[in-house]
Design a protein around this ligand. Structure first.
Ligand code: SAH
Length: 467
């Protein structure tokens, strides 16, 4: 696989200083999965091109693979596109071979590091899941002129049609370190097939290399999701941190109620009952300013608009996708006169203080806490009960004991892939009572759904109030 970078900055051979690679030499670097070569096909004062060629050794890859490989991919392990196409291997190679340049270090030309210089990056074979219509929105908002050519499967047999690979050139006046960071993050995003296990430390890499651009990128949700190999829990953590690095534009994940949970609970139409119960409690309380925290697709807000009259209804969620659906569901662009200026949805994370929530009369938190890491609950408690301090908080969460009554739920599994925990009644009570005591609230419990004599009702609800 190949990446080339060309500049016409004068003198163009400064590129060698920026990359810490002498244009006169071919240099070779051993990598855990093969070898990287750095060489300069041209190096004059007017124009200089550096090439990074990465050779992946597929046999070494198989040899190093730990654990059972699974029979289905035996041939695929040896015969695949990895040696030829730009992928996470290229990013790893860039991270090692161009480490100083990526970090913006340059002893010999320190002044040049932050300077925009004319650069053209060429990736002759870039796999691109999602095609050109995914590729352009990744690079164009970053200011690149993008040239894309789709490659045929085999140029000798045009009738075989097109391949999933593209030849791509990106051009702009930009500091080299920024271009490298963009490629480092976006190449694996396009390929969408990381070769290594992705864990928490990948978030650190993403945030470090995404610093200064990712938080404002219109596709940040997709980028983060794919970069973290579609692991929703990691994605949300990353987006949550990203949005707060960005200042005020909290971020999101696609994370609405998923099919499993909906299917499980459908027979009880539990969701419906939850929403109705919470809406009634809020209407009865006489609250005028209400916030729905983790509002998802806006069902509770819709029920509230049907059930009562309010001065302000605000839905907050970390997921942009869910908010988009809420926006449509509530017809926020064409609200009837009665509701104009009174209903809004906005991005935000529950684990951070938020002035928009301060002083509301009532807050709903319906089926949300179980989506947070348990160690973030303290931050959530601080932000809501310690800082915003609504007069009333209505909060629901699944009752884990009831799970044995769901016939199609594998024992021991949670109701939803994204749930981090599900609590028994005793666990929920202990937590809720602790919250109430620590923050000077009263708390009452009121289960939702038919109560089973042994395991209780499917949903637990707590009403917190303060005088
Ligand atoms: N309350 C809605 C949605 C529940 S699904 C309903 O009952 O229909 C859980 C929602 O919480 C998702 O939309 C998810 O994006 C949101 N969420 C989870 N953790 C969050 C956090 N830390 N900050 C903001 N929203 C969060």
């Amino acid at each position: 696989m190949l990446l080339s970078l060309t500049t016409t900055h004068q003198p163009a051979t400064d590129l060698g200083f920026l990359l810490h690679k002498n244009p006169d030499r071919v240099q070779s670097f051993e990598l855990s999965f093969g070898r990287a070569l750095v060489f300069y096909p041209e190096a004059t004062a007017e124009r200089c091109t550096v090439a990074l060629q990465v050779e992946v050794d597929p046999v070494a890859l198989v040899r190093d693979r730990r654990g059972p490989g699974g029979a289905e991919g035996l041939l695929d392990q040896y015969v695949n596109d990895r040696p030829y196409t730009a992928s996470s291997f290229l990013s790893v190679a860039m991270g090692q071979v161009f480490r100083s340049a990526l970090s913006g270090l340059c002893k010999d030309r320190p002044g040049l590091v932050g300077d925009p210089i004319p650069l053209r990056a060429c990736l002759p074979v870039l796999p691109c899941r999602g095609g050109e219509s995914f590729l352009r929105p990744l690079f164009e908002p970053l200011g690149y002129r993008v040239e894309v050519t789709r490659l045929p499967l085999d140029e000798r047999f045009p009738e075989w049609g097109e391949s999933p690979y593209y030849s791509v050139a990106l051009e702009q006046l930009i500091p080299l370190k920024d271009l490298l960071a963009h490629l480092y993050v976006l190449i694996p995003v396009l390929d969408d097939d990381k070769h290594y296990w992705v864990g928490q430390d990948e978030i650190e890499k993403l945030l470090r290399r995404g610093e200064g651009w990712l938080a404002q990128h219109p596709e940040r949700e997709q980028i983060t999701h794919r970069y973290l190999k579609r692991q929703r829990s990691l994605t949300r953590d990353a987006l949550e941190r990203l949005c707060f690095e960005d200042g005020e534009d909290p971020d999101q994940v696609q994370n609405a109620q998923e099919a499993t949970e909906a299917r499980l609970e459908a027979s009880l139409s539990l969701n419906e009952r939850r929403i109705q119960t919470v809406a009634e409690l809020i209407v009865q309380s006489g609250a005028k300013r209400v916030v729905d925290l983790g509002c998802g697709e806006g069902r509770l807000l819709q029920a509230l608009m049907k059930a009562g009259s309010f001065d302000e209804l605000l839905g907050i969620d970390v997921s942009c996708r869910a908010l988009g659906i809420a926006h449509k569901r509530l017809h926020l662009d064409e609200l009837p006169h009665k509701w104009q200026g009174k209903v809004q949805v906005a991005q935000g994370a529950l684990t951070y203080r938020d002035d928009r929530v301060k002083g509301v009369d009532a807050a709903a938190v319906v089926e949300v806490i179980e989506h947070m890491e348990a160690d973030r609950l303290e931050a959530f408690e601080q932000a809501l009960f310690g800082c915003a301090r609504p007069r009333m908080v209505v909060l629901t969460t699944p009752n884990a004991e009831y799970n044995v009554r769901f016939l199609n739920l594998v024992p021991g599994r949670l109701r939803h892939d994204d749930h981090r925990f599900e609590w028994s009644r005793a666990e929920f009570r202990a937590w809720a009572q602790g919250v109430a005591e620590r923050n000077e609230y009263e708390v009452e419990f009121s289960p939702i759904g038919a109560e089973d004599p042994e395991v209780g009702a499917p949903t637990q609800l707590a009403i917190f109030s303060r005088s």
